[in-house]
Design a protein. Structure first.
Length: 364
């Protein structure tokens, strides 16, 4: 199709753009934290002293950006603005914890309240209070907790996902784990995926670290997690930018493609999201570039589009159900006064009954 100037124009171009950039998510933006080490084999403390300690620390919590150094603050600001300029509408700041989550030593790093995002002037939920026009583009900011299971001891000790920590875990919008052993992977897919106030939402796999995962992805184990609404995450940040953890980008890229194909084989391409896990603005890619990267991994175009949009939206809706615990999210509506409920018999069944009666009369 040619326009008035004789240039080729795709009639579906703007429809694709409007669909893609309507709700595009990056649910893994690492947040700089300084966690103190935790003791795995410590005895369980009583609930009342733990809640009292958390309540006393609430008055001493500062804003999220005040806890960062000037360089970290500038880096996170550049990341947020770059994602917004590329067309992303939602991001999740990821708080990474090793081995076990302890709410006393590993406090909520995103400020005093989870309703106040770090960059409030950019969030559509809070920018009106700062005098920002509603028509200007913004980016929704969520909080996320990721617990990395370094060993099987973390699984045996409970990994912090227990009823005593449910109140502290509900401060985060998303909960995820990164298993590194077969026992940890089974624990995440079968036990932690069950819907409860502290159930996980994402299972993130470090596919770029090694040519193969240290465990085999069984369809039955993966299917149990997918049946409970948990999704699997692929992060591409280590394969596109040079970092201290991954100095060899080419090897990390080969490992990522091999591990992603193995994951897609186990999930049949369903229940998979793609995130950046970028440490700076250079590690972020635009939505169309992420879709092309997903196509190289073996995803179909529709699955690649859902991995950064539809699946992420469904995941966030599921995460909201943890606040109600086995509740349902619905949209209530009011019926008009003159409306009368039907008896449960549809029109087609009524017509079939009339035809049967007429046939019986003819036979008689």
């Amino acid at each position: 199709m040619l326009n008035a100037r004789g240039k080729c124009v795709d009639r579906n171009f703007w429809s694709h753009c409007s669909f893609l950039y309507h709700d595009v998510c990056d649910l893994n933006v690492p947040w700089p934290t300084r966690d103190s080490p935790t003791v795995l084999n410590s005895k369980k403390s009583k609930k009342q002293p733990q809640k009292k300690a958390i309540a006393e620390d609430d008055n001493n919590i500062q804003e999220a950006l005040d806890l960062l150094t000037p360089s970290e603050k500038q880096r996170m600001s550049e990341l947020t603005y770059e994602l917004m300029e590329m067309g992303y509408t939602t991001l999740a700041f990821n708080h990474v914890v090793r081995s076990k989550y302890d709410p006393v030593s590993q406090k909520y790093p995103f400020g005093k309240s989870h309703c106040q995002p770090p960059f409030a002037k950019l969030d559509p939920r809070t920018r009106k209070a700062h005098g920002i026009e509603a028509y200007r583009a913004g980016i929704k900011q969520l909080s996320r907790l990721t617990v990395v299971f370094d060993s099987d001891e973390a699984v045996k000790s409970g990994s912090g996902f227990v009823s005593a920590n449910a109140q502290a875990l509900q401060q985060y919008d998303l909960l995820s784990v990164t298993p590194t052993t077969e026992a940890a992977f089974q624990h995440a897919c079968i036990t932690l995926s069950e819907l409860k106030p502290f159930s996980i939402d994402i299972i993130s796999l470090d596919l770029a670290a090694a040519p193969r995962l240290p465990f085999y992805l069984k369809r039955s184990t993966v299917g149990a997690a997918l049946a409970n609404g948990v999704v699997f995450e692929i992060t591409y940040g280590a394969a596109v930018a040079n970092t201290q953890d991954t100095p060899d980008v080419s090897a990390a890229r080969r490992n990522l493609f091999a591990g992603a194909r193995d994951l897609l084989r186990a999930t049949n391409g369903k229940g998979v999201i793609i995130s950046s896990s970028a440490l700076d603005a250079l590690g972020i890619r635009a939505p169309y570039d992420v879709m092309n990267l997903a196509a190289l991994m073996g995803m179909t175009p529709n699955a690649a589009k859902d991995a950064i949009s539809t699946t992420c939206q469904s995941l966030m809706i599921r995460a909201e159900t943890r606040q109600t615990f086995r509740g349902t999210v619905s949209k209530p509506y009011v019926l008009p006064a003159e409306h009368k409920p039907t008896s449960g018999i549809d029109e087609s069944s009524k017509k079939r009954a009339k035809r049967k009666l007429s046939n019986d009369d003819e036979c008689m």
